[in-house]
Design a protein around this ligand. Structure first.
Ligand code: HEC
Length: 239
């Protein structure tokens, strides 16, 4: 993935307001609704991602518009499993959640798979890797807040692993997940690490500086425009 090789595609996500709901949208919303189980895109599903797709949600509806047309996800690096834990990019970047992952979807996924979905991998789909894997409480930040553990070495390092001398120190003031004070995964471990819990913003709290590469191993480029009645993201990436 980090070789920036094969594919680039641009996906615009439109978050529709109720005012924009046309009869046409309503019919495709019904289609999306009637396939409740296909709401979740698993790694290696092999389905075709249509050029437009609408999902109903408690705030109204959310539509995906892929300006490049439909995508055959079979063989596509964004949709095929990467590495050994069965995840693909789509595992955390779900079309029905505006290309991010919501707490509601994570909860639903926990229920449907009894916590076995690759989304809940111990490394970052859990509050801390050493917590009991089968206990939903161990994944509370993901299933209650939609957050993924992003773990970073401290002091920070450059991409080649050389140390960056920080201009400040970090103290743990409060550590509800116990990960930052964990003897194996925390700040005082033999490989000092800080854990922060994040997700890609799904609407207008987008910030270019929020990119991270340790989780995504991609080369993200994004931009955002905000027309009056809809929020539009261009979700662009090279893999
Ligand atoms: C384990 C879950 C997970 C997986 C798998 C994952 N991502 Fe992410 N992605 C995230 C999180 C969390 C963020 C937000 C990071 C932050 O704010 O620090 C993010 C952010 C991004 C962004 C920035 C989006 C924006 O609008 O700011 C892009 C682009 C992206 N990921 C692409 C990818 C690609 C390509 C892959 C596959 C190679 C991938 N991601 C796999 C969790 C994941």
């Amino acid at each position: 993935m980090s070789r920036y090789r094969s594919t680039v595609f641009v996906m615009a996500v439109l978050v529709w307001t109720g005012l924009l709901l046309t009869p046409l949208m309503r019919s495709s919303r019904v289609a999306a609704q009637s396939q409740a189980s296909s709401r979740w895109w698993s790694a290696g599903d092999g389905r075709t991602l249509p050029a437009t797709l609408d999902y109903i949600n408690p705030d109204g509806a959310l539509g995906i518009l892929n300006t490049a047309g439909p995508i055959e996800t079979k063989g596509h690096p964004f949709f095929e499993p990467i590495g050994t834990n069965g995840r693909a990019c789509v595992t955390c970047h779900q079309p029905s959640d505006a290309m991010t992952v919501s707490a509601a979807s994570a909860r639903e996924r926990w229920r449907e798979t009894a916590g076995k979905d690759p989304l809940f991998a111990a490394i970052d789909g859990k509050n801390c890797p050493n917590l009991p894997q089968d206990d939903p409480a161990s994944h509370s930040l993901l299933i209650e807040r939609g957050l993924i553990r992003v773990f970073l070495p401290w002091p920070p390092q450059k991409a080649d692993g050389t140390r960056i001398d920080p201009e400040f120190t970090i103290e743990v003031v409060r550590d509800p997940t116990h990960c930052n004070t964990d003897p194996q995964y925390g700040l005082t471990s033999s490989t000092p690490t800080i854990s922060v819990y994040r997700r890609r913003p799904s609407r207008d709290r987008w910030s270019p500086s929020s990119y991270m590469s340790s989780v995504c191993a991609g080369s993200p480029v994004s931009s955002m425009k905000t027309p009056p009645l809809a929020s539009t993201y261009d979700f662009s990436f090279a893999v």
